[in-house]
Design a protein around this ligand. Structure first.
Ligand SMILES: O=C1C[C@@](O)(C(=O)O)C[C@@H](O)[C@@H]1O
Length: 234
């Protein structure tokens, strides 16, 4: 997947959403942990959008409870041509368990997004920067989703996003929750490479998400015509 510029992912548990997502999304984030038979769905997928496969652990806010099965399914997912990227939690990389998924992804030409979530609040600047740096050390993109308690929490996240990008790291950042909502539209201007949005707002996969068409419109409007979304500092 081309993470050199902003990628808008339509988050879904249902690959049949592809036809509705196609107009605005660059890829589908397939939340395997929220789907009934995810590997069967991948086997019969014939959509145009490439897939970023996520099988989120219950201990990281998802619904996949057995870690071994979860990682087996993720490794099997990258064998499908449509799966061009895979999401592995930073914690899974730290424990060593994620290495086999990453190696399998590499063998099949899939990129790796290493993600970390804070469902309580927004850590301080040093923490934000260290987490992003560590995640980038493991994968092609280091992703950090925090929770904003106040709108101003987003300021630190943007500074960390901009700093990582200026150092040459590829990051994806967002602040969950209502006060952090605007981060989803603004962070891409400071280098964030991935935005997540549901096709249908009733099916949001995180608090504070905009629907797909709205996020696409906001990001493009804020970037301004003729400007690349990922030219931080312009
Ligand atoms: O990790 C992320 C980011 C996210 O939590 C969000 O805040 O948009 C949504 C999830 O589907 C995705 O896996």
């Amino acid at each position: 997947m081309d993470f050199d510029s902003f990628v808008l992912a339509a988050s879904t548990a249902d690959l049949a959403d592809e036809s509705d997502a196609r107009e605005h999304a660059d890829c589908l984030e397939f939340r395997m942990d929220l789907a009934d038979a995810p590997l069967d769905a991948l086997a019969s997928y014939d959509g145009d959008l490439p897939i970023l496969a996520t099988n989120r652990a219950a201990w990281e806010g998802g619904e996949a409870s057995d870690d071994r099965n979860r990682l087996d399914a993720l490794a099997a997912a990258v064998e499908h041509d449509a799966v061009e990227a895979v999401d592995v939690e930073l914690e899974t990389m730290r424990s060593g368990d994620g290495q086999r998924v990453v190696e399998h992804a590499r063998e099949h030409g899939a990129d790796v997004v290493v993600s970390s979530h804070d469902f309580e609040d927004t850590p301080g600047m040093t923490d934000l920067q260290e987490t992003l740096r560590e995640a980038c050390g493991y994968g092609d993109v280091g992703k950090l989703a925090v929770t904003a308690q106040a709108r101003a929490d987003v300021l630190d996240l943007l500074v960390a996003t901009r700093a990582a990008t200026a150092e040459g790291d590829r990051v994806a950042t967002m602040a969950m929750g209502e006060p952090g909502r605007h981060s989803r539209a603004v962070a891409p201007l400071y280098g964030s490479r991935i935005g997540y949005a549901p096709v249908d707002p009733a099916e949001a996969t995180a608090p504070g998400q905009y629907d797909l068409a709205t996020l696409r419109g906001l990001v493009e409007t804020l970037a301004g015509e003729g400007n690349s979304v990922n030219t931080p500092g312009r």
